[in-house]
Design a protein around this ligand. Structure first.
Ligand code: G6P
Length: 602
């Protein structure tokens, strides 16, 4: 949520900052800004509401923007509407400190009141401006010392890039509970909140830990601990499959990422299924402790939907009672987990605030925590007892596709391993089918493009749509419905097919689109019954099925596959369907309104 970039070096900073912001724009895109030291050591700030193109134009129109030290930010509004005044960077009233910030300052109202009482004037509604003002208020003439004094007063989370008026060759930075990376390149040093912005320059990065600060200059960077002592940090290499954002000729990242799924699922499964058996690497140790009595899946958004699949699989394959909960709801409940509970935390970014808090609570309660995460070195990956990485690579489109599929793949392998732990026998048929899943996904993608487009052409003007299914089909329906609503803005709901008659069927009118997922053979007959019920009330029916003998008017037929793997195949035509609806409606597919890729606020 929000993106930070910084550069101190011999090149002109502005083009580099703008390119960095472009690769971070999927993190937030309601306004953007940058601050720069000119060669005359003057500090210039440019900000613009709207997408990055508005800032680019301003930068271009402003003429010469020379200077090799600057910071930039792309915003997803939390405190204050998206506007130029609320866009970062924020500068203190006396001009000494200029700040870009990711995260939330929870006590900003108290601090703001205190600073206003001292006569400081604020020019935005943001929590970030409080940081700039506080730094100036505390300023000792030494920015590092100032940070040491001021940061403990901030409650909440932050990744900060800071320019100090009197040190035009330097960017100061600090982190608490919000990711921040730095790197050294041939031309200088870089700061970014996300590897995506660094990948065009280097694969070697320094990850900030909580409480660490740094100072970036063109000839190198220095890290400090929270007491200001020098730190000797070791850089990390980004995983090989993480590559820079590139549409490779596709109109949208989402469309490209849909097509990448067979490859990313194969890449994720390879290390988990060596020689046909399942092997979970370091996570094995976690499973080997005392018997697991209960499995709880936690996640938000699509990650929750993966958990809904995981829950059914663990119960069916391994015979272990399992549950799924929204990570955002877990806090505030009784949270009945203990050392015999395996809590599986699912997150693409590894930084979702609600999910991170749920993980912390589960750990506090003594549960064993295993995370399924895509971004290496992210907070959830580091804080959980063990992690299995999905190998989706960089996912840029806000609506997840390949991260979702790879999460499912890990959850399948986990369920199979739990089954083996429980019974002593590996579920051979399932593992065999799992190894063949990427090939089937390729086949489904090829066959689904044309019918998904045809369906989209039929319903893209609809105001409402319903997705129905039972069991795994219901879990898949929840994800299908989320995909459609988040990118096309068609109001969509998923219902367990059997629940329709208990209320929702009153919403069905002549022509209401109902998309039925009928893929799990054991429930097809009953879901057909639900389709009859809505058809009798005028619904326009669409059906995704694995049952070749079932021939409704509008059908996407999936190839036969293991009944426990259907969610992975059903997702593909549904992603394409949502994509085409959004395209026909002229929506901003990769950056849907009001959303952000990684939600680092609770
Ligand atoms: C946001 C994204 C969703 C994602 C959810 C959880 O809402 O738009 O696509 O499923 O966050 O994100 P995570 O990074 O934890 O998987």
């Amino acid at each position: 949520m929000c993106g930070i970039i910084g550069y101190a070096g011999v090149e002109k900073a502005v083009p580099l900052l703008l390119d960095g912001l472009e690769s971070l724009e999927y993190r937030g895109y309601d306004s953007a800004g940058l601050a720069l030291f000119t060669p005359a050591a003057e500090l210039l700030t440019l900000r613009a509401a709207g997408p990055l193109t508005a800032l680019r134009k301003k930068a271009w129109d402003s003429g010469k923007l020379e200077g090799g030290v600057g910071i930039g930010h792309t915003r997803w509004a939390t405190h204050g509407e998206p506007s130029e005044a609320n866009a970062h960077p924020h500068r203190s009233a006396g001009g000494k400190y200029t700040v870009v910030h990711n995260g939330i300052i929870e006590n900003y109202e108290t601090l703001r009141r205190e600073l206003e009482e001292e006569g400081l004037a604020f020019s935005s509604q943001t929590d970030t401006e409080v940081i700039a003002q506080l730094l100036e208020r505390v300023d000792t003439g030494d920015p590092l010392e100032t940070l040491r004094l001021a940061l403990p007063r901030l409650e909440g989370s932050y990744a900060l890039g800071i320019l100090y008026e009197r040190e035009p060759d330097c960017i100061y930075c600090a982190r608490k509970q919000s990711p921040l990376l730095a790197a050294v390149t041939e031309s200088g040093t870089l700061l970014a909140s996300d590897a995506a912005a660094l990948l065009p320059y280097t694969r070697t990065v320094f990850r900030f830990e909580d409480g660490e600060m740094a100072c970036l200059r063109k000839n190198g960077l220095r890290f400090f601990d929270s007491d200001g002592n020098d730190l000797d940090k070791t850089p990390a290499e980004l995983a090989r499959h993480v590559t820079a954002a590139d549409k490779s000729g596709y109109a949208h990242f989402m469309r490209k990422e849909i097509d990448e799924q067979p490859v990313t699922v194969r890449r994720t499964l390879e290390p988990l299924l060596p020689h046909g058996a399942v092997e979970l690497g370091a996570a094995e140790e976690l499973l080997a402790r005392e018997e697991i009595r209960h499995v709880l899946f936690l996640g938000c958004g699509s990650a929750y939907h993966v958990g809904a699949v995981g829950r059914l699989l663990v119960e069916e394959l391994a015979g272990i009672p399992a549950a799924v909960d929204l990570a955002s709801e877990f806090r505030g409940q009784a949270a009945l987990v203990d050392p015999r509970t395996l809590v599986v935390i699912i997150s693409q970014s590894g930084e979702t605030a609600d999910t991170l808090q749920a993980l912390r609570l589960a750990k506090e309660k003594g549960a064993r925590t295993l995370s399924v995460v895509n971004v290496e070195g992210s907070s959830i990956a580091i804080e959980s007892d063990s992690v299995i990485y999905t190998k989706a690579g960089l996912e840029v489109a806000v609506a997840t596709t390949k991260a979702y599929s790879t999460q499912l793949a890990v959850v399948y392998a986990l369920a199979a391993r739990l089954s083996e732990c429980r019974s002593g026998n590996e579920p051979r048929d399932f593992l065999h089918a799992l190894a063949a899943l990427p090939d089937l996904m390729e086949e489904v993608l090829r066959a689904s493009e044309a019918p998904a487009l045809a369906w989209a052409e039929e319903i893209y003007t609809a105001e409402h749509a319903f997705f129905i299914g039972r069991n795994l089909d219901y879990a898949a329906a929840m994800e299908a419905s989320l995909k459609l609503k988040e990118i096309s803005y068609i109001h969509a709901e998923a219902y367990a097919a059997g629940e329709l008659k208990h209320g929702t069927i009153s919403l069905i009118e002549r022509g209401t689109p109902v998309i039925s997922l009928c893929c799990r053979p054991e429930v097809v007959a009953r879901t057909k019954g639900s389709m009859e019920e809505v058809a009798a009330r005028g619904a326009k029916l669409f059906c995704v099925t694995t049952d070749a003998s079932f021939r409704p008017e509008r059908r996407i037929l999936l190839p036969k596959c293991h009944p426990l793997l259907v969610a992975s195949l059903a997702a593909l035509p549904m992603q394409l369907f949502a994509y085409h609806c959004a395209q026909l409606r002229g929506c901003a597919i990769d950056k849907p309104r009001n959303l952000a890729k990684s939600v680092t606020v609770e």
